[in-house]
Design a protein around this ligand. Structure first.
Ligand code: UN1
Length: 511
């Protein structure tokens, strides 16, 4: 079953939707497990019924993935990148349709849906260039007539588990890099966003076909608790997991138990420090985008701000003014800035967080309520908190547009509060003082994987390594040298001397 809007979008990608998805299966997606539904969070209407993968579907996919790996690992990396190039071009062609599908399945506003597709296109471009730069080092050997060097080899099939909030791009960060590195991939998408995954996978099918690479990208959807199975499965040398801290902890332990590798991208609880010498208008814009964008459902969402007392009133007033003008509603309508939360459960978590904040003595400055009517809409909310060290609701991540505001004396107490939470993904400071900015970026400053000056916490570019410290999991994805996580390092020493000198001056002469 498919709602007309979803059907039209999937058809525009060349899918035979009369068989979609699950009923009789389609050529690439034929799981036989129980059906589950995908809902539009803006209307709470069912937009599609999808079949979940069974264990035998899972086994078939791994067999295909292993089989393809035998060939794929030996294909030169720039030749591997041709599949990525084709996929990137398909993403360009279908950007509008894919962006709209993100909007109707997870509720992102149009611009953010399109931005997510652009993020995939960008990572394709990055991966294509990277395919010619999987460099190893040449290292000076202490032995005469020897050369020492490092090289990087593919790992094997990689399990990629993604969340609803970036239902396409986070897969692409992983899969595009893994593919040029010579790995094959199996994707377990969020059960809340199966149509996004099916749509992207349809394009993967076209790209794989064009380059004789069937089995390079596999899709294994469903509510079935596959992440645990993947974590335990030795056939995946690497599991890349995006999700909650709680689930990530279990995945990490399971993968570690079998001495596999994991890349974890777990919860964030990102904060911005605003000092009195900051450009307040700039800060207000960045905070509003960071806290309200994607309805507060990014792992990089701004959840806490620490404001130096001298600028507390003007900043708060500016924020409240901005919040009151935010258009809430249909994510695809021009002008909407705030779409729905993903589910009723998420809306309940919003209610619970507000109740807890009030119980702790917080003051709702604006928002705080659900929006009546269909869909899971809530108001963008600012809560003035008291004593961060007691305000426990601000230490945890609630995936909703709630911003906790705390007053601080200056940089020193602000950075203490800032680093006090268990998560360590993204962070920012607004200041025109080079000393404060540099202190924030120094080893005694932000303890997060991402630290920004005069930029908000969300909306990172793909060129940098993305990920965070502490309970965020320590993984790095996307740009920079994150590719090394998808490969195995080999240190090689070649002896062309004709003699056999031993390292460390050891003598071992035999008769
Ligand atoms: C996420 O929320 O899981 O930096 C990823 C950002 C985006 C990625 C967010 N580029 O906000």
């Amino acid at each position: 079953m498919l709602a007309p809007a979803a059907q039209a979008l999937l058809q525009s990608l060349g899918l035979q939707t009369e068989h979609l998805p699950g009923a009789g299966g389609i050529d690439f997606y034929e799981p036989r497990g129980p059906e589950f539904i995908s809902e539009n969070p803006a209307t709470a209407e069912v937009i599609g019924t999808v079949r979940s993968a069974t264990l035998s579907d899972y086994e078939r996919l791994i067999a295909e993935s292993q089989h393809r790996f035998i060939e794929w690992r030996m294909r030169p990396a720039p030749a591997r990148a041709e599949v990525v190039r084709t996929l990137g071009n398909l993403l360009r062609t279908h950007k509008e349709a894919l962006g709209e599908l993100i909007s109707i399945e997870v509720g992102k506003i149009r611009s953010e849906g399109l931005g997510e597709v652009q993020e995939m296109i960008d990572i394709c471009d990055f991966a294509i260039g990277l395919s010619r730069q999987l460099h190893g080092l040449v290292i000076a050997s202490e032995r005469p007539g020897h050369r020492m060097m490092e090289q990087w080899h593919p790992l094997g099939p990689v399990a990629i588990v993604t969340a609803f909030n970036f239902p396409m791009a986070v897969w692409a960060w992983n899969a595009m890099i893994a593919a040029v590195c010579g790995d094959t991939c199996i994707w377990k998408p969020s059960p809340l966003a199966p149509l996004c995954a099916i749509a992207v996978h349809a394009l993967c099918q076209q790209a794989m076909k064009e380059h004789n690479a069937a089995g390079l990208f596999g899709l294994c959807a469903g509510p079935l608790d596959l992440s645990k199975r993947m974590a335990d499965d030795k056939r995946f040398p690497l599991v890349s997991f995006t999700g909650s801290i709680e689930a990530g902890r279990s995945v990490a332990a399971r993968v570690a138990e079998r001495l596999g590798k994991s890349i974890l991208e777990l919860g964030g609880n990102n904060a911005i420090i605003v000092l009195k010498d900051a450009d307040i208008e700039l800060a207000a814009r960045a905070i509003t985008f960071g806290a309200v964008g994607t309805a507060g459902q990014r792992c990089t969402t701004t959840r806490r701000i620490f404001v130096q007392k001298e600028v507390m009133q003007p900043l708060l007033q500016r924020l409240v003014r901005a919040y009151k003008t935010i258009a809430i509603g249909d994510p695809l309508k021009t002008g909407t800035l705030l779409g729905p939360l993903i589910s009723e459960r998420a809306a309940q978590a919003f209610d619970n967080a507000i109740a807890r904040a009030l119980a702790l003595g917080g003051t709702v400055m604006t928002g705080g309520k659900r929006v009546p009517g269909q869909g899971h809409f809530v108001e963008p909310t600012i809560i003035l908190g008291r004593d961060h060290n007691q305000f426990d609701i601000a230490w945890q991540e609630t995936f909703a547009p709630i911003l906790y505001v705390f007053e601080c004396e200056g940089y020193d107490d602000a950075i203490g509060y800032h680093n006090a939470v268990p998560q360590g993904l993204s962070s920012a400071i607004f200041t025109d003082s080079i000393k404060s900015a540099e202190t924030f970026l120094s080893a005694k400053g932000s303890d997060c994987g991402i630290a920004n000056v005069n930029i908000g916490t969300s909306g990172a570019e793909i060129g940098g390594a993305f990920g965070g410290e502490k309970d965020t999991g320590g993984g790095r994805e996307s740009g920079s040298d994150a590719w090394k996580g998808y490969m195995r390092r080999q240190t090689c020493t070649l002896n062309w001397s004709g003699a056999l000198p031993l390292a460390q001056g050891v003598k071992f002469d035999i008769e």
